[in-house]
Design a protein around this ligand. Structure first.
Ligand code: ADP
Ligand code: TRP
Length: 321
């Protein structure tokens, strides 16, 4: 089974990215042949600072490797190291209905926020489909917000196969219900674009301040809180603390007697400890960038072995060769 996913170097990675996509992807390394990549072409639809893109790309590589992506098990590469994905984007783009792209939630959300759309943003799902189809991926681990993009990939692949004959594998999304949408510090979906993130490798003081600043209601510590399971700090604790610890804090909050300040302190401590081993590993990697660059170069070579075969298959199917 081939597993594939990508992440954009459009900002600093946060625990929503980690629990929603990176951790499932890392766990799936044991279940098949995994392809993971840094979607730098995609990041161009929202980021136009070249130096920042270079820095973010390196940071994503460090973050993913530090969190447990194992380059011996997985193929880890930079999207733009295989520019042939742009050819496949064109090929499948000619079979992608405008209406399908017009219905994309992410595109609609962005234009609704007043971002004036360019061709790249509109074509974003076609490039994503090419990312997936070029490697015969069966399974695509992503957070819920990407589900529609994987469904569009399926529609495009099915249409291609009907038009030109069996060419592409039809992929399935894999979305973990328990972490489908990690809430941000304001209760909305945690997202780089909403300024409500807890970074995976944030600065200690800055993250403590952010967590201690989470807004809670005005009930006194003594008051019982029957809605304890809805509490944002409890929801985040469930991700970073052992199950018995978060259950105990939730029960104490429900019963009354646990103040929000103490709850937020506990959240910060567990967040900090949860990522401590990865933080150490990240520092080692950052001191050895030659190794990191070598991993990406090897990954690109291994990706090309598979990608070139599928691309050639698609070219033949549609009569380009
Ligand atoms: P962002 O919204 O911060 O820009 P991306 O769109 O770059 O995040 O998402 C990268 C990956 O992380 C995707 O698979 C996405 O589904 C997942 N992801 C992002 N935010 C969350 C979240 N809050 N909860 C669960 N998964 C998330
Ligand atoms: N669009 C995805 C995101 O923003 C990133 C991505 C690009 C991706 N190509 C992909 C994810 C292919 C899975 C498969 O999160």
């Amino acid at each position: 089974m081939r597993i594939l996913s990508g992440i954009q170097p459009s900002g600093t990675l946060h625990i929503g990215n980690y629990f929603g996509m990176m951790r499932p992807a890392i766990e799936l390394q044991a279940r098949g042949e995994a392809f993971y990549f840094i979607a730098d072409y995609h990041s161009m639809t929202s980021l136009t600072d070249a130096a920042q893109r270079r820095q973010n790309t390196l940071d994503v590589a460090l973050d993913f490797l530090a969190c447990g992506l194992d380059p011996k098990k997985s193929v880890f590469y930079r999207q733009s190291d295989l520019p042939e994905v742009c050819e496949l984007t064109w090929i499948i783009g000619t079979l992608t209905p405008m209406g399908l792209l017009e219905r994309a939630h992410s595109y609609k959300d962005k234009t609704a926020k007043g971002i004036s759309p360019n061709f790249g943003l509109f074509a974003y799902p076609v490039l994503m489909a090419a990312d997936i189809l070029m490697y015969d991926a069966n399974l695509v681990p992503v957070g819920r917000d990407q589900k529609q993009h994987v469904e569009m990939t399926r529609d495009i692949a099915i249409k291609f196969n009907q038009t030109y004959g069996e060419t592409f594998v039809i992929p399935e999304p894999e979305i973990r219900a328990e972490v489908a949408t990690v809430p941000g510090l304001d209760g909305q979906k945690m997202s780089k674009s909403y300024g409500n993130t807890v970074e995976i490798f944030g600065d200690e003081k800055a993250i403590r301040k952010k967590i201690m600043g989470i807004k809670m209601d005005s009930r006194t510590p003594a008051e019982p809180k029957p809605d304890a399971d809805q509490n944002l700090a409890i929801q985040l604790l469930k991700l970073v603390a052992p199950a018995d610890v978060s259950a105990d804090l939730e029960n104490r909050l429900r019963a009354g007697g646990l103040g929000y300040g103490d709850l937020k302190k506990a959240l910060f401590e567990h967040y900090w400890n949860h990522f401590a081993p990865y933080r150490a590993r990240r520092a080692e990697l950052a001191a050895n960038l030659d190794y990191v660059n070598q991993v990406l170069a090897d990954g690109a070579q291994r990706a090309r072995v598979v990608g070139s075969v599928v691309l050639q298959r698609a070219r033949k199917a549609c009569g380009l060769v």
